[in-house]
Design a binder for this molecule. Structure first.
Ligand code: 5GP
Ligand code: MN
Length: 341
């Protein structure tokens, strides 16, 4: 398997680990399958190295991911502020997983900035910030879970992982590759998946837990969202907007709109898809593309966000009633790239 990191990076990591007793693992707000899977696996690896570990996140996992945290390692700031704050303040080592900028952890950013202990980044987003003392950053891979796997087996000296940890990593690699449909076209990806299966992963069970675990309301919200979809044929683009009232009608629960943004891309000819969801003080954007259209650049330039080349997110700060007009204006800036796509 190709080595993604240098001996010097591993030497530095080992040095930090040798002097650590209590590590805290931070993952991004609105945690997804990759963030959840990677953090639970890393916490296990740290425990194996005799380092106490905790995981902190600003808001809760969606229901379809809760099974990953069977040992209740994850402390959610929104539910348990005191414990979350104390887990960060008392750590002697901080791991940052699946994000490239501290702004991605919302309320936790300031708490982390008040600490002086080393921060280690493990992540697969482009261009990480300089707020980290050691970076394991490599964007061409599927997921942070894949990086945690690679680093983990090196630290543990074995490819044999307990089944629950292998399943957490499998979940991260599966969800961040759109169930193996993108970001996974290289043999090492499937060699790792093969080893995870050797470790006992029940593939069909995990697929079922993640993809067949929605409420009736979520399914109906999806139907409603698709019926509202606007297709801009000329621009090979489509978008969906959902207001707070829309969400209320379908008894919205965290995670319910996860995956909605992918549907318009399955229309023949569509290369850009956007989902706009009204929140309390902003409009949350999810952006996806197919092929050569760079949504990381689009999110960075117009939506206070970022992400990957074909999958990014961000926000709009206008009022909900103006978001469609504003969005269409922004899409027009990309006429050259989109009309010829
Ligand atoms: P999603 O649309 O699933 O929320 O996010 C897709 C990708 O965009 C993820 O890789 C995530 O890291 C990134 N992303 C989502 N929201 C934001 C955001 O507000 N800021 C930045 N920088 N990246 C985001
Ligand atoms: Mn990820």
């Amino acid at each position: 398997m190709k080595n993604l990191f240098t001996k010097k990076q591993y030497d530095n990591l080992n040095r930090y680990l040798q002097s650590a007793k209590n590590a805290t693992v931070i993952i991004h707000t609105n945690p997804d399958g990759d963030a959840a899977g990677a953090s639970v696996a890393l916490a296990y690896i740290l425990e194996k190295l005799n380092i106490n570990s905790k995981i902190v996140v600003s808001n809760d996992l969606p229901g379809f991911l809760r099974w990953i945290d069977a040992n209740n390692k994850i402390i959610v700031y929104a539910k348990n502020k005191h414990e979350a704050r104390s887990a960060i303040k008392t750590a002697d080592l901080i791991f940052c997983l699946d994000f490239n900028s501290l702004s991605r952890v919302d309320i936790l950013e300031n708490i982390i900035r008040e600490t002086t202990v080393p921060r280690i980044l493990i992540d697969h987003h482009i261009d990480p910030d300089d707020d980290f003392d050691l970076k394991f950053s490599y964007y061409p891979v599927s997921s942070t879970s894949e990086l945690v796997y690679r680093i983990g087996i090196k630290l543990l000296g074995t490819k044999k992982l307990p089944k629950n940890i292998a399943e957490a990593l499998f979940c991260g690699m599966m969800t961040d590759s759109g169930a193996f449909s993108h970001s996974s076209s290289y043999p090492d990806f499937f060699k790792i998946i093969a080893n995870l299966l050797d470790c006992g992963v029940e593939k069909d069970k995990i697929t079922h837990l993640v993809y067949d675990n929605f409420t009736e309301n979520r399914m109906k919200l999806l139907g409603y969202a698709l019926s509202k979809m606007v297709v801009l044929h000329k621009y090979h683009a489509a978008y969906i907007t959902l207001s707070r009232d829309d969400l209320k009608k379908f008894n919205f629960q965290a995670g319910d709109t996860e995956g909605f943004v992918n549907y318009p891309l399955s229309i023949k000819g569509i290369v850009l898809s956007l989902l706009l969801v009204e929140k309390d003080d902003h409009i949350k954007m999810s952006i996806r593309s197919q092929g050569n259209f760079d949504v990381n650049e689009m999110a960075h330039k117009h939506f206070h966000g970022g992400g990957h080349f074909n999958a990014a997110g961000g926000k709009m700060l206008c009022k909900y009633e103006y978001c469609e007009t504003e969005l269409e204006q922004i899409i027009k800036n990309y006429e050259k790239e989109l009309c010829n796509a």
